[in-house]
Design a binder for this molecule. Structure first.
Ligand code: ADP
Length: 471
């Protein structure tokens, strides 16, 4: 980046300078040439008047005119030709073309009354042709006067200006290069500093705020980076917490089993068979619990947030909920809890049947588990043109207000020992929330301690396919 910025500044500084210097030199040359042309033309005009008045075209031996022609030719280090109206050379100061006919375009044009000028850049000379007109009648053209002048002095001047131009370009180049280096360094410095800080943070594994100085864009970049790093840090923290919770939860049944097995071993031979059976049944319960935790963990892990592994199909929700209730009926009867379903209309929704029924099962099962004998769990189903609404309402023990924000967290239980007693793993609601989120739905809870809890679920009838973008 530094190199590119430096090159850009240099180009922007040097290119205009080159253009300006060249334009300047070109202009000076054009102005010098046109003032030369004007001077030669007026000199030629004077001479042409003398040529006519002296009758030189009829008698080219007029001495005074010849002297003037030769003198001017010498001063101009060039050549002068007097041409008559038939384009025949009457006088050539180089004595080479006398008596010959001239067919040069400019001379022909001047014979028609025009003033012409030609600059030959290769041989460095200007040639001006003027018509020789009759002083009494300027429309009568008697011939053409051709004056050629060497432009050596002008070329020397131009050489000087060119050298000055080269010096200006060189000085500009040096100044712009130094400026480009300083500017590119100061522009890239905050970025390099930021990169170095990120590198240091990465090496040290620290979670510090990245600071940025200078440009607003860099400060915005640092803010975005901090937000991203914050998110990653939180993900890492929750992953660590999850792993430690999982280890703890999996260890608890194993510890109980070990204690039970050690007790049986330490009892020796004379232990009554009933005691053995009781201990073995406790061990079986712990194994069931361990299996339950592992099953719940697997369900949770399978809930991929992206929804890439969802098996979406249209499902009749009335039938699905009835099926869930039928499956849970024996547990409800055991707990003496009444299960009631109320359906306002037939609802078909695009869902992953397995994951969605797991989510709703967990809610109804919780309604049964955290209920009192003689209580009820009321499930209602409704829909509008966009969403389906499922409400699971129970008359159970309720959830304290301060716990409502945490019940969807993994392994969170309001009352650990009670939840454990009734076979809770603390993963049920986390699974439910993940499953609802995967269907782009929402879940809300409201509860009154000692009176009951209500879960409201809202899911779009048509599954919203989300585009995966890499930008
Ligand atoms: P668990 O497997 O322990 O039931 P959940 O994630 O399903 O775990 O629930 C988390 C906690 O929320 C439970 O331990 C319980 O304390 C509380 N809870 C969930 N549903 C209800 C309910 N319907 N009534 C009262 N408390 C509930």
């Amino acid at each position: 980046m530094r190199f590119h910025v430096a090159m850009l500044i240099m180009l922007l500084g040097i290119l205009p300078c080159l253009v300006i210097v060249n334009l300047f030199i070109y202009n000076i040359k054009q102005r010098s040439l046109s003032s030369e042309e004007i001077a030669i033309s007026s000199q030629a005009q004077l001479l042409s008047n003398q040529i006519v008045t002296s009758g030189y075209l009829q008698d080219p031996s007029v001495n005074s005119v010849n002297t003037q022609l030769n003198t001017l030719g010498n001063i101009y280090s060039g050549r002068i030709m007097v041409i008559d109206s038939n384009m025949k050379v009457v006088k050539d100061t180089y004595n080479m073309y006398d008596g010959r006919t001239i067919v040069w375009q400019n001379a022909i044009e001047s014979a028609g009354g025009s003033f012409c000028s030609y600059y030959d850049a290769d041989s460095h000379c200007i040639t001006v042709t003027v018509p020789i007109t009759d002083p009494s009648d300027s429309s009568v053209i008697d011939g053409v006067l051709l004056v050629n002048k060497a432009t050596g002095a002008l070329e020397t001047n131009m050489e000087f200006y060119r050298s000055v131009g080269v010096i200006i370009v060189l000085i500009t180049f040096i100044v712009v290069t130094i400026l480009a280096l300083i500017l590119s360094r100061s522009i890239s410095f905050p970025i390099r500093k930021m990169a170095a800080n990120i590198g240091k943070m990465h090496k040290a594994g620290s979670h510090k705020e990245l600071e940025a100085e200078g440009f607003t864009e860099l400060r915005n970049l640092a803010d975005e980076f901090n937000a991203y790093a914050d998110g990653m840090y939180k993900v890492d923290e929750s992953r660590q917490e999850f792993v430690s919770n999982v280890s703890h939860e999996l260890k608890t049944p194993l510890t109980s089993m070990k204690v039970l097995a050690d007790s049986i071993n330490s009892m020796g031979d004379g232990v009554p068979i009933e005691l053995y059976q009781e201990f073995m049944s406790d061990i079986t319960n712990e194994i069931d619990r361990e299996t339950q935790i592992i099953n719940d963990l697997l369900s949770l892990v399978r809930m991929d947030k992206s929804g890439a592994n969802l098996n979406i199909a249209p499902v009749n929700l009335n039938e699905l909920i009835e099926l869930i209730l039928k499956r849970l009926k024996p547990i409800a009867e055991k707990q003496e809890v009444e299960l009631v379903m109320e359906s306002f209309r037939p609802v078909t929704v695009e869902i992953d049947e397995v994951k969605f029924s797991l989510a709703i099962s967990n809610l109804i099962e919780n309604g049964i588990k955290y209920n009192n004998p003689g209580g009820f769990v009321h499930v209602s189903l409704n829909a509008d043109h966009r969403y389906c609404y499922i409400r699971v309402e129970d008359s159970g023990m309720g959830i304290p207000e301060e716990s409502l924000d945490f019940i969807f967290e993994r392994f969170y239980r309001v009352d650990k020992s009670h939840s454990r007693e009734i076979g809770g793993t603390g993963l049920g609601l986390a699974i439910t929330k993940n499953a609802i989120n995967m269907h782009h739905g929402e879940i809300k809870v409201s509860s009154v301690l000692g009176e009951g809890t209500t879960f409201d679920v809202r899911v779009p009838l048509n599954y919203i396919q989300q585009e995966v973008t890499n930008s």
